[in-house]
Design a protein around this ligand. Structure first.
Ligand SMILES: [Zn+2]
Length: 269
């Protein structure tokens, strides 16, 4: 006999786009609140909702997802002919396609040409990177002007500053600065090490490392099954160079940027 669910409610799923029932067996809605039709979880529904709002024509665009392994990843692959999946797979030469269908890429040093993609997607990847500054800079390089990176990443420290948990030594070994914490990873039976506990200052960090402009979307909408801890969606947009010249003014002083060095030094050590 199964216990009554902690939470159960009807609604509309932004991943499989139909009327469904959302139910969670316990209070940890982040992993528990699943769609009765597709099985998606809240952060996936939050991401797909923001994607559809910002790019209703995403099915016709060139889309790159790094390390995608979720139900929403399958949805993107099925629905978007221009979807390219990559995985961090050092056993396959970078830029080559694995028989399983993905292309082997290091997100921090990609083989894609500049301005290849309209949209880059990462889902719970940025808390596992050793060089998130290089990853976002590479994402910025491979985005077309006007394109954007859309991602989920647990902002566990909220208004407190981001803290690095682990870093890579010059010899390639890993130095742990906090008790090692791992999340499940289908590419690695040992799981993925958490390298950074992010706060909201991730937006400044990403912008200063890449020149992109980041907005954090926080959604609480049970009618679409979007309710849980740590389901923020970040959108980092690559500016169109001419988009803000409303009056033909030539006074275009470069935007003053806060020095990246201090933030990077604190995070990267
Ligand atoms: Zn669904």
């Amino acid at each position: 006999m199964s216990a009554a669910p902690f939470l159960e409610c009807p609604g509309w799923c932004p991943v499989c786009e139909q009327d469904v029932v959302f139910a969670s067996p316990d209070a940890w809605l982040r992993d528990g609140l699943k769609c009765s039709a597709c099985g998606s979880i809240p952060r996936e529904r939050a991401l797909m909702r923001v994607l559809a709002e910002l790019a209703p024509d995403w099915r016709r665009l060139a889309l790159h997802e790094s390390s995608g392994c979720s139900i929403s990843s399958n949805r993107l692959r099925e629905q978007c002919p221009g979807y390219v999946a990559t995985q961090y797979d050092p056993a396959t030469p970078w830029g080559h396609k694995h028989p399983n269908g993905y292309r082997s890429e290091d997100l921090e040093a990609q083989t894609f040409a500049d301005e290849t993609f309209d949209i880059v997607v990462t889902q719970d990847v940025f808390e596992h990177l050793f060089a998130p500054d290089r990853a976002i800079a590479e994402i910025g390089r491979t985005l077309k002007p006007g394109g954007f990176h859309i991602c989920t990443v647990p902002i566990v420290r909220k208004a407190e500053g981001s803290v690095r948990r682990a870093r890579r030594r010059p010899d390639g070994s890993v130095e742990h600065l906090a008790e090692p914490e791992y999340h499940g990873n289908p590419m690695d039976p040992d799981g993925s090490l958490v390298t950074v506990d992010w706060g909201y200052d991730i937006a400044d960090y990403l912008d200063q490392a890449s020149g992109l402009s980041t907005t954090i979307h926080t959604i609480d909408d049970l009618s679409q099954g979007i309710r849980a801890a740590y389901i923020e969606v970040l959108v980092s947009r690559k500016t169109l160079p001419s988009a803000v010249d409303l009056d033909g003014a030539s006074d275009r002083r470069p935007r003053r940027r806060k020095p990246f060095a201090a933030l990077a030094r604190r995070l990267l050590g």
